[in-house]
Design a protein around this ligand. Structure first.
Ligand code: 7GP
Length: 838
């Protein structure tokens, strides 16, 4: 067994204040940290002091596991997964770490003995919002599963000083506020100022032949910055494995400052420093839309260069033979944001470590694998050649070389097929010239995957078709999953307790075990408890809504929830069309007997995405009218929860009855919110899009509210010439709904405000809302009618949860490990702590 204990040390376990787990030890450690770390005595300590003292208490227990993991991996030179991602949307650490350490109840008790409420302390944590949405949150779920499955892994990312903006709603509009998440410090990270790596930008290259006759290229940069590592331990669930999340911050290189300073240009020096540090200042708040900004490319390259240099540094600590680099590391590219890695690894191996091109190329291709997360053409990254070449001149040369060799192979495979050659080329030669990052990722990887079965199929048929035809063996599907630790155990303790009382706790690590709930779907007593848990969660959300936005909602109404980034393809406005339809019906028939209905929305719009912001305004405008109309008499309520983030998700998923997954078929790559809802007992109303298809397969068609056109049907509609205006003119209710928006009913008479939305629906309707409208309204009606039969509803809810086992991120990670990464678990023994205690 690996041990941190030197030979000869006594091996008696003692409960010490940094590692012990009894209530008494935890309480004492907390007081100790309050005093000696926070420098406070109890009478003057603030909530934040309490939170930090507790965070440090928990961190000590993490560090023990982290050091043991690091030591084990180093001793064994373990094969390691590196997950490269521009985003990690982690959510708050404290609660999750308590769950994974198995210390939640003990700590709650220790706090209570100190006169504190753990929930209040949990609420103090600023969440690290280092991501936009699905892609960043997936990275966080995968880090949790990697550690839980005892897979050696490092997550490499960027330590943005400002994460995703905080959203405020003023007069119904989104207002963005900078997210100063580091303001009160971050107890979960450890700065590693001794791990700094240089990153170059700009300048030019020259070549020469060295004294051994080798062709060498030297890159003389215009600017240099350094990346500083900040490490956060990511602990698995009830294992000793704690993996590393290493985020990089950019800083000016000291010597550069001094140079300018010595020549008297003090302000110039400071400016240089500021420019360097800007690289990691802020997360780009665009979701699924490319913003071709130079600073963004700098961020991407900065991350990749730091990560790859760090891997090589770690490798060389144990071996000098870089030709086996890919045996030690396997690197997953989380979409194309880190795709520049392909050229950077080539540069490092060829220019700096003097490997022959072919050897380096072999290593590179065997190192990388690429996950695609979207089919939206506006999200496919491409960089204008002049921008790329001025920032990364050496990489452009390398990409040309890669491309030339690649296209030679294509020519052999498809003689004379110039069009195919142009489509496969890494360089887009049409009009302006661009570097296509998806092409670079495909050429430089040994594996390529989509994130749900349908998405992976569509990838092969559309955006990556030529690559699929060329190298079909590289392609596979890895349907997304979510971690049941954060998304059930932490956020829904009531449901967790109920499930565990009946089938034990194994399901938390083996989510398939939820199947054992199936027989209980017929058990009246169990169903009553199930219903009670949901109701309690709804009461809690209702209280939060009241406190946050001042709207009172009835917990016995159906909670129908749509939370995700705001995007036209996700069709929040389709949900609004249904709300207005219901409203219109009530106006027509004030005594209509409808199921009381609470619609809850949440989500951020990219700050530059005007239509998405207008959709938020529309939701809030409709809410204002509907919530106060006496005819409605509280039977319909519409709520927009501001600042939807991980923390808010944890409140929302457990309280949902109906989960809205209503994107246009073929546009949502997978979705993961759909999984979080269903795992918390919500039924889904959805289209055959992304992972909805597989969720429906698993839970059974009879337990899923399906509506809308399929991908094939939509293709047919467009082929025949889609005419949304005909649909509207032929559907009196739909026409009235659209007219009601247009005539200013929800905008105090302003007939211009929502024109961009309504006009687009009439004339173009790219996302086919009108084509799916009637089917959606009918399906909504069917769902809300069924909700009145609570017995049936609860049964369907139980069956949904029982059959959702597939959607654990543990399953997804196992598939990546077997098919792509070829990596095995490494058990981490917990070294005796008496050595540390002495
Ligand atoms: C999202 C997809 O929209 C979502 O369907 C999927 O579940 C998630 O990734 C995780 O795979 N995509 C993004 O968040 C994104 O930014 C652009 O994609 C690259």
């Amino acid at each position: 067994m690996t041990s941190l204990i030197p030979p000869g040390c006594p091996t008696v376990l003692t409960e010490d204040d940094r590692t012990g787990t009894s209530v008494e030890t935890l309480r004492r450690a907390f007081m100790d940290n309050l005093f000696f770390v926070q420098g406070r005595f109890p009478e003057v300590a603030t909530k934040n002091d309490h939170y930090l003292a507790l965070a440090y208490t928990v961190r000590d227990r993490l560090l023990l596991r982290w050091l043991n993991s690091a030591k084990t991996y180093r001793d064994q030179f373990s094969r390691t997964v590196c997950y490269l991602s521009a985003e990690f949307l982690l959510g708050p650490h404290l609660g999750n770490n308590l769950i994974n350490l198995g210390l939640y109840d003990a700590v709650a008790e220790a706090m209570q003995q100190t006169g504190l409420d753990l929930n209040v302390l949990l609420d103090q944590e600023e969440e690290p919002g280092l991501g936009n949405g699905g892609l960043g949150r997936l990275a966080a779920c995968y880090m949790d599963s990697l550690a839980t499955l005892e897979i050696p892994a490092i997550g490499y990312g960027i330590r943005y000083e400002y994460g995703i903006f905080d959203q405020e709603i003023r007069d119904g509009w989104q207002v963005e506020i900078t997210d100063k998440w580091l303001r009160y410090g971050n107890p979960w990270e450890i700065a590693r100022p001794e791990i700094t790596l240089p990153v170059k930008f700009g300048g030019s290259t020259y070549s020469y032949t060295d004294d051994q006759g080798r062709y060498r290229v030297v890159w003389q940069p215009h600017q240099m910055v350094q990346g500083i590592a900040y490490d956060t331990p990511i602990l698995g669930y009830k294992v000793n494995t704690a993996n590393l999340l290493r985020l990089w911050r950019a800083e000016a290189i000291e010597s550069f400052d001094f140079q300018a300073f010595n020549t008297g240009d003090y302000y110039g020096a400071v400016n240089e420093k500021i420019a360097s540090e800007n690289i990691t200042k802020v997360l780009y708040p665009n979701d699924e839309q490319l913003q071709g900004k130079e600073l963004r490319l700098m961020q991407q390259y900065f991350l990749c260069s730091c990560a790859l240099q760090d891997m090589i540094r770690l490798y060389l600590q144990c071996s000098s033979d870089l030709t086996r680099f890919h045996h030690k590391f396997t690197v997953q590219l989380n979409d194309t944001h880190p795709a520049i890695s392909v050229a950077e690894l080539m540069r490092l191996l060829v220019d700096e470590h003097l490997l022959p091109w072919d050897t380096a190329w072999d290593i590179t291709r065997q190192t990388f694998a690429y996950t695609n997360h979207t089919l939206l053409p506006e999200a496919l990254e491409k960089w204008p050649l002049p921008l790329f070449g001025s920032l990364l001149p050496r990489h452009l040369q390398i990409i040309y070389e890669i491309n030339q060799r690649f296209l030679d192979q294509v020519r052999l495979a498809y003689p004379g097929d110039q069009e195919r050659l142009a489509r496969l080329s890494i360089i887009d030669e049409s009009e302006c010239r661009y570097v296509r990052m998806a092409n670079l990722a495909c050429v430089g990887s040994h594996a390529i995957n989509g994130v749900a079965a349908l998405h992976s199929e569509l990838l092969k048929q559309t955006v990556l078709r030529d690559f699929y035809e060329l190298t079909p063996e590289k392609f596979s599907n890895k349907t997304n999953g979510v971690t049941p630790r954060r998304w059930m155990v932490l956020s829904n303790p009531g449901l967790t307790r109920l499930i565990s009382n009946h089938i034990g706790e194994d399901w938390i690590k083996h989510l398939d075990q939820l199947r054992r709930l199936e027989p209980l779907a017929e058990d009246a007593g169990f169903a009553a408890e199930w219903h009670a848990v949901k109701h309690k969660n709804k009461v809690r959300l209702a209280e939060y809504i009241q406190q946050r936005v001042g709207i009172s909602v009835d917990p016995s109404s159906i909670f129908d929830i749509l939370v995700k980034r705001i995007h036209e393809y996700k069709r929040q406005h389709l949900c609004v069309l249904n709300i207005i339809t219901l409203y219109q019906r009530l106006k027509d028939h004030p005594n209509l007997d409808i199921t009381p209905h609470t619609f809850i929305f949440g989500g951020k719009a990219a700050p530059g995405y005007y239509k998405a912001k207008l959709i938020i305004k529309l939701i809030n405008s409709v809410a204002e009218v509907v919530n106060t109309d006496p005819t409605v008499a509280d039977r319909l309520k519409v709520v927009f929860l501001p600042d939807y983030n991980v923390t808010c998700g944890q409140r929302v998923y457990p309280a949902a009855d109906l989960s809205e997954q209503i994107s246009t078929a073929g546009y949502e790559a997978s979705g993961t919110g759909n999984m979080k809802f269903a795992l918390n007992g919500a039924l889904t109303i959805g289209t055959l899009d992304g992972a909805n298809v597989e969720i429906r397969e698993e839970v059974g068609a009879e337990n899923f509210f399906l509506f809308g056109n399929t991908v094939e049907q939509l293709q047919e509609i467009w082929r025949n010439g889609y005419r949304p205006w005909e649909i509207a003119n032929n559907n009196p209710m739909l026409k009235r709904v659209l007219d009601l928006i247009s005539c200013g009913h929800f905008s105090h008479g302003d007939t211009e405000l929502f024109r961009p939305i309504v006009e687009h629906l009439w004339q173009n309707d790219r996302y086919c809302l009108l084509a799916d409208y009637q089917s959606y309204v009918d399906c909504q009606e069917q769902a809300t009618r069924l909700y009145r039969d609570q017995k049936q509803w609860v049964k369907m809810s139980i069956l949904n949860v029982a059959r959702m086992g597939k959607f654990s991120s543990d399953r997804a990670i196992r598939e990546y490990c077997e098919d792509i990464w070829r990596v095995q678990p490494v058990h981490v023994p917990l070294a005796d702590t008496s050595y540390i205690a002495q």
